[in-house]
Write a protein of this length. Structure first.
Length: 286
């Protein structure tokens, strides 16, 4: 028999109060407040604000930008610092890497990265180029794994780096291999990066369509002169888009002969198809 719990009078009052809160209509009767958690809202507001800020912020700056008093956010900031989400330096605050660490404990990302890394090392050694793995998250593209070229110098993106969704090869790949509804949702959530170049919507859609037809993106970097970005999709079960495998190709101009751009592209294509099969896709890259 299912177990039940008696509600004492004080609990009943609390339940009635909660029910009243969840059924509060506005003047037009169109919206309802459900299970409001003001303290949680403040904490999330602080985290989201600092994630967008390029500089450390003081309590006064945080309060002004959030439209709240210092007294409202002081205890929340202190708690977030004590829990390791914020780092303080002379009364200035910034995000720690704890959120990034939590994301990497998330099973799908951990499984993807652990599967991909040995093959990315093979890619780096064969292509003599650095490579990185990117996924889409909340309007941006994030680097979740990276392997340096075996050369004595290398060019690559740091793990945890955020890049643009609309003017990078990896962003185009992450957009191209999704259905229209999901792609529209991603673009609506697009967060502009510092230095991001403008692109017309029609031009972007043409580039995404070309990427889907070719099965990859090969484009000059719109951030660093002389870099050619190669990006291929990694697909999972049920043709689900998981990540983009990327090589920012740089050409040596001395007497050392390394694989050409076309040769490196062939290696990236091979490794991405292999990873897709390992992640559960039965048709992509076959």
């Amino acid at each position: 028999m299912p177990r039940t719990r008696k509600i004492n009078p004080s609990d009943a009052d609390a339940v009635q109060t909660a029910a009243a809160l969840t059924d509060t209509d506005d003047d037009h009767g169109a919206t309802k407040t459900r299970y409001a958690a003001p303290a949680l809202d403040k904490g999330l507001d602080i985290l989201e604000l600092l994630s967008r800020s390029e500089q450390m912020l003081t309590l006064n700056q945080i309060s002004r930008q959030l439209g709240r008093s210092v007294n409202e956010i002081f205890r929340m900031v202190v708690t977030l610092e004590q829990r390791g989400y914020l780092i303080a330096d002379n009364d200035h605050y910034r995000l720690s890497l704890k959120l990034f660490e939590l994301a990497h404990h998330h099973q799908p990302i951990r499984s993807l990265v652990s599967t991909a890394l040995p093959h990315m090392r093979e890619l780096a050694n064969r292509a003599v180029q650095s490579s990185h793995l990117t996924v889409y998250e909340a309007g941006r593209v994030i680097v979740v794994a990276q392997v340096d070229s075996p050369e004595r110098w290398a060019f690559g993106l740091k793990v945890g780096a955020l890049v643009s969704l609309t003017d990078t090869a990896s962003g185009h790949v992450l957009l191209a291999f999704r259905d229209e509804a999901e792609r529209a949702s991603m673009l609506a959530a697009h967060v502009r990066m510092d230095g991001e170049q403008e692109i017309e919507a029609a031009q972007l859609m043409r580039q995404i369509d070309e990427t889907r037809k070719r099965g990859h993106s090969r484009m000059e970097s719109r951030q660093i002169r002389g870099v050619i970005n190669l990006s291929y999709p990694i697909m999972g079960a049920n043709n689900r888009m998981l990540a983009a495998l990327n090589v920012p190709y740089i050409e040596r101009i001395d007497k050392k002969v390394n694989p050409s751009l076309d040769e490196v592209q062939g290696i990236v294509q091979e490794i991405s198809a292999r990873l897709s099969r390992l992640m559960g896709d039965s048709s992509f890259g076959a």
